[in-house]
Write a protein that binds this ligand. Structure first.
Ligand SMILES: N[C@@H](CCC(=O)N[C@@H](CS)C(=O)NCC(=O)O)C(=O)O
Length: 219
């Protein structure tokens, strides 16, 4: 059986959402981020990204990691792309061309959107951006996101989905990255097709199941 190492309040959410879409059973090992613990190195600390046993699987010390048979794989987007490809349509590629375009959008999200979206998420989380520095960081990140969001807007307004006219792993990967910026209402409102698509992605029963599980975990 597939094993997912990582709590749901992490990028493991991406893999869990896909497993729910696929109806794929998995075992979850709730490795938690070390930075969320007061003393991750204490002998009685829960299994975390500093734990020696986990570092054997993930030298980078980051969740999520999956074990799928003999394969040990890190990088959340590589994990979803692997599982989608393995299980095929509708979430995975129909052919090499769809596969390439799914990679393209996933890399686009990881390299062009994720960092700035995280700045928005973390600065909102830290005291609702009341400090001037937090507000400046959010404004700068939002400005940088206008260009990739315009690219998405243009594509989604014409095609409805990222690849193949259906919901695929590419939509899932990009939606999960963009979720970090979703709290910036002013930014998102400039891109109605992106907002409608994101709403549709997050209305899917598999997303909602993952989200309920995530909310059930301690903050
Ligand atoms: N690019 C990696 C990023 C992995 C990552 O940074 N994971 C965070 C949690 S979402 C983590 O494990 N942080 C561990 C720590 O800082 O202790 C991926 O997509 O899997």
């Amino acid at each position: 059986m597939l094993t997912i190492h990582g709590v749901t309040r992490s990028r493991a959410s991406r893999i869990i959402w896909l497993c729910h879409e696929l109806g794929l059973p998995f075992k979850q090992v709730p490795v938690i981020q070390a930075y969320r613990l007061a003393d991750p190195d204490a002998p009685d600390a829960p299994l975390n990204t500093h734990s020696a046993d986990f570092l054997k699987l993930s030298p980078a010390g980051a969740i999520p990691v999956i074990q799928d048979g003999d394969l040990v794989l890190s990088e959340s987007l590589a994990c979803t792309l692997h599982l989608a490809r393995k299980h095929g349509q509708p979430f995975g590629p129909a052919d090499a061309i769809e596969d390439a375009v799914m990679l393209q959008w996933s890399f686009y999200a990881a390299t062009t959107i994720e960092q700035d979206a995280l700045v928005i998420l973390f600065n909102h989380a830290r005291g609702q951006a009341q400090s001037g520095a937090a507000q400046a960081a959010i404004a700068h990140a939002a400005e940088r996101l206008v260009r990739p969001l315009a690219v998405l807007e243009n594509h989604l307004a014409r095609h409805g989905h990222l690849v193949g006219g259906r919901f695929t792993v590419a939509d899932l990967n990009v939606a999960e990255v963009l979720r970090y910026a979703q709290g910036h209402g002013e930014l998102m409102a400039q891109f109605p097709a992106v907002m409608a698509w994101l709403d549709d992605c997050q209305a899917r029963p598999a997303f909602r199941k993952m989200w309920q599980e995530r909310l059930a975990e301690p903050e």
